[in-house]
Unconditional design. Structure first.
Length: 215
């Protein structure tokens, strides 16, 4: 009796739409796409991080939606089956969803989504944020943004005084040898070393944050 073996999962591939939007040929190797996206992520960041609101608004909805994983796609397809069986939806939607269920192919969905793609999506509108496809590595002023990870000594002094030598996470009062300077928006995600993006933390809180940031 012939034994059927399950083929090994293919390597994580990037969304062809993302590849096109960053002006790469569709046959660009995944490693090169990864390098390009990481360069973009270091160069720019989501405007909502610093502005506290989305300057793009409805424009975001004109950008593509990120893909979903195979697991999520299967779960959603089973949900549609149950709803259709229960008689949900009006006639036009029933026809559309019935067609989707009939033509569903799990192999069209990736096992996992590259972390770069996950970060590029808008958590409010859901679509890819336009900033990663339109922004330049400089600001609207004549001065280039401070792209270095190093925090100038004078900036550290001002931050320590501003934050009153207190950890901004746990509230612990710190002695001089305990001071840790943390990028609010991580440097790896486009955060600058300007005073407004630096805060005081203790060693424990700073390391805890480092474990949460994967990029």
């Amino acid at each position: 009796m012939r034994k059927h073996t399950r083929p090994k999962d293919s390597p994580v591939l990037y969304d062809p739409t993302v590849v096109r939007l960053v002006y790469l040929p569709k046959d660009t190797p995944p490693a090169e796409v990864k390098h390009t996206l990481k360069t973009i992520l270091r160069r720019v960041c989501k405007p909502c991080w610093e502005l506290k609101y989305c300057p793009y608004g409805p424009l975001v909805e004109r950008f593509p939606l990120p893909r979903i994983t195979r697991k999520d796609a299967i779960t959603h397809n089973e949900f549609l089956k149950e709803q259709l069986k229960a008689g949900a939806y009006d006639p036009p939607r029933r026809r559309a969803f019935s067609r989707d269920v009939k033509n569903f192919d799990a192999s069209n969905y990736p096992e996992q989504i590259p972390e770069e793609e996950e970060f590029m999506s808008c958590r409010i509108f859901g679509h890819f944020c336009p900033v990663f496809f339109a922004a330049e590595p400089f600001t609207e002023t004549e001065d280039l943004r401070r792209a270095s990870r190093a925090i100038p000594f004078q900036t550290k002094l001002r931050v320590a005084r501003r934050d009153n030598y207190t950890c901004q996470e746990c509230g612990k009062t710190l002695r001089e040898h305990e001071l840790e300077f943390d990028h609010i928006i991580p440097h790896s995600l486009g955060g600058t070393s300007e005073e407004h993006n630096v805060r005081l933390t203790c060693l424990k809180c700073n390391r805890k944050k480092g474990k949460l940031v994967r990029l």
